[in-house]
Design a protein around this ligand. Structure first.
Ligand code: NAD
Length: 310
């Protein structure tokens, strides 16, 4: 089967491309990415047809989606703080971009469209764990753009019969997730700081919690969804119901690196949610065979990757 990945030069997209390249069912992988946050070198060593350009370009999408069985739509401007600084840019890439992807999928004859939404859509809703029927209360422009994107998938299924599968990713971490830029995620930022002998900066009191998922587990689910042509018009949480405070994450990172962390506490960030933990009943019903990688193992692999790159 033939697969197109939007945002395939990014962190999750490139891990997915490597995972799919190793699967016998997949004969051809196309990637479209404008390299705004991604890196072409992430795809080194595998056979992919790469097109540099934006998902906002319909002609380019028509070429990339021609004859594919599945589109895995990951292109977006991630990061809550980035969206707080520039909401229009987030909306264009994440909401309008998804609409362009769905229109191009429709023109291409209706391949399956799997897309990445985000746990951030639950926002201010305090209920834990988060199940998909809870009211979404987005508290950042990023969360609004993702809620819009997933709602478009559901609407395209109902209006045009497009086979869709919107996933809500929680905190994904692992190899190829970059540190050292203004909007970097917490795991790579802290591993990089620890290995570089720098203090770990905590926004808020460190008792906020997240449901961390290793990227290999996410790619297992995405691969199974594509190969099995799984369709579910309503969003599906993609996480495994763990709840790790940032303070506990520091202890895990100390054990994964064998280093002692110096910690500096600063003000909480606008738009950040307090606690995040998935109810994954829906995910487990659709993908009963997937076993998540435990956090200590995933962190050790991520630390090893950081040590291996120059
Ligand atoms: N990493 C996480 O924890 C997490 C959590 C929730 C949701 N997500 C979602 O998962 C997806 C992948 O995230 P990631 O962590 O790999 O981020 P990433 O920034 O590494 O990947 C996004 C990719 O999309 C590309 N891109 C951005 N705008 C584009 C455009 N207009 N046209 C073409 N390409 C464009 C970037 O260059 C990049 O390669 C995103 O949709 C993100 O919102 C990620």
């Amino acid at each position: 089967m033939r697969i197109a990945i939007t945002g395939g030069a990014g962190f999750i997209g490139s891990n997915l491309a490597h995972a799919l390249a190793a699967r016998p069912e997949i004969s051809h992988i196309r990637v479209v990415d404008d390299l705004s946050t991604g890196n072409r070198a992430n795809l080194d060593g595998i056979a992919v047809e790469f097109s540099e350009g934006s998902i906002l370009d319909p002609g380019l999408l028509d070429r990339v989606f021609r004859g594919v069985d599945t589109v895995v739509h990951l292109a977006a401007l991630p990061s809550v703080p980035r969206s707080v600084r520039d909401p229009l840019a987030s909306h264009r890439a994440n909401a309008t971009g998804t609409l362009q992807v769905l229109e191009a999928a429709r023109r291409a004859g209706g391949p399956q469209v799997i897309a990445a939404s985000s746990s951030s859509v639950y926002g201010l809703n305090p209920h834990l764990p988060k199940h998909e029927e809870l009211r979404a209360v987005p508290r950042s422009p990023y969360a609004v753009s993702k809620l819009t994107a997933e709602a478009y998938l559901t609407a395209y299924h109902h209006c045009y019969g497009l086979p869709v599968l919107p996933f809500r990713f929680f905190n994904v971490y692992g190899p190829r997730q970059p540190a050292g830029h203004a909007y970097a995620a917490v795991v790579p930022t802290w591993i990089s700081a620890l290995l570089g002998g720098q203090p770990l900066v905590v926004h808020g009191d460190g008792n906020q919690s997240r449901d961390f998922t290793h990227v290999e587990t996410v790619c297992q689910v995405l691969g199974a969804a594509a190969v099995g042509q799984v369709v579910h018009p309503d969003p599906v949480n993609l996480a495994f119901g763990t709840r790790t405070s940032l303070r506990a994450l520091i202890a895990e990172l100390e054990s994964a690196t064998g280093l002692r962390a110096a910690v500096r506490y600063t003000a909480a960030r606008a738009g950040d949610v307090r606690n995040s933990q998935a109810d994954n009943t829906r995910l487990r019903a659709l993908f009963p065979e997937v076993t998540p990688m435990p956090l200590p193992d995933g962190l050790r692999l991520t630390v090893d990757w950081f040590k291996s790159v120059p």
